[in-house]
Design a protein around this ligand. Structure first.
Ligand SMILES: [Zn+2]
Length: 343
């Protein structure tokens, strides 16, 4: 929690007038430069992809440029070392931390070799209950159904098992050339599916796959790592693992006992893979509540990452670390973003 300095100085500043306010702003800018700041970068995939509705993929070319920039210009810290210093009240100044969510295979085959070549550490958060599954993540399967198909059946009629009424959900897909219409339909269905239980979501996805002739199996380049591949990744110098819950269900949507079950499953699996207690967690979809924080602490997690943007400061709660979502941008744009966050 920060100190409410603004409210303490607001009245005196009003009396000082414009010059006083300018002086206060300059003072604040100077003070920020002296305070420890860190940016945790959030990557998902390192791959060339054609359709990417959530900007989860960074091309290998851009990723290599990002890593070269970070090695040359910034101080990259392992997440655990950074979080240890933060908890001890001595966070490093202008640190950058690399994290990956979801456990896509390209983390091992494409990102890790580039990280190793640059000598940079990174933490990979994996949904332990999904390791080795050959089906796509539900949001990828939905994109396959809606964004990758040339034409869609019209109307698209679905039975939504989680709906309050029995009436079928009838959707009118836009024509093939209406790309924005397709994206709107994808986002509408994404919102619907994200609100359903895992079993209801799977039922809806099966109907969508059947109706559109889409395979539920992930293509080899987009599958989730197996447990042994995750262990291989962990053996590489500088590569660390963290939990991304077990089933990738947003924890906030679960009861406290179900949240505890998710986190305990994840800790047991990662302990078996690494031989040690894993201190880091990333909340699926960045979703947590006050119960999650208590349960994460009780399950032994020392630090946890959210999807809230911005820099971490000296008084950031280690269980709610912000992260910068890195999109498929060139290194100069990333440099600008980092320069703004790390004055
Ligand atoms: Zn995730």
């Amino acid at each position: 929690m920060g100190f409410p300095v603004g409210s303490l100085v607001a009245a005196p500043l009003r009396r000082l007038g414009a010059a006083g306010r300018r002086g206060w702003r300059r003072f604040r800018q100077q003070a920020r430069r002296l305070l420890p700041q860190a940016v945790l970068l959030m990557y998902h995939r390192v791959a060339d992809v054609r359709v990417d509705p959530w900007d989860l993929a960074v091309s290998p070319t851009h990723f290599a440029e990002h890593m070269a920039l970070l090695r040359e210009t910034y101080e990259v810290w392992p997440l655990t070392a950074y979080a240890d210093r933060l908890r001890a009240g001595r966070p490093p100044h202008r640190a950058v931390v690399l994290t990956f969510d979801d456990g896509y295979i390209d983390n091992l085959t494409t990102a890790a070799p580039i990280l190793e070549a640059e000598g940079l550490p990174a933490t990979f958060f994996v949904p332990t209950g999904l390791l080795g599954h050959d089906t796509s993540f539900w949001w990828d399967a939905l994109a396959d159904c809606i964004l990758h198909r040339r034409s869609l059946p019209a109307p698209l009629s679905l039975h939504d098992p989680g709906a309050p009424t029995e009436a079928p959900l009838r959707l009118s897909p836009p024509p093939p050339h209406d790309r924005d219409g397709r994206k709107r339909l994808y986002k509408r269905l994404w919102t619907l599916l994200s609100q359903r239980t895992p079993s209801h979501r799977a039922e809806l996805l099966d109907q969508l796959c059947d109706a559109t002739g889409t395979a539920r199996t992930a293509p080899p380049s987009r599958r989730i790592m197996t447990a042994s591949e995750v262990a291989t990744l962990y053996q590489k110098p500088g590569m660390d693992l963290g939990a991304h819950a077990a089933s990738h269900t947003p924890l906030r949507t679960l009861s406290p006992p179900a949240q505890r079950d998710e986190l305990q499953q994840a800790t047991r699996c990662l302990q078996a893979l690494t031989g040690t207690a894993v201190p880091g967690l990333s909340y699926p979809n960045g979703a947590y509540n006050t119960a999650t924080l208590k349960i994460a602490d009780e399950c032994g997690f020392k630090h946890a990452c959210t999807t809230v943007g911005g820099a971490a400061t000296w008084n950031t709660n280690p269980l709610t670390l912000p992260r910068l979502h890195v999109r498929n941008i060139c290194a100069s744009v990333l440099d600008e973003q980092l320069s703004r966050l790390l004055p």
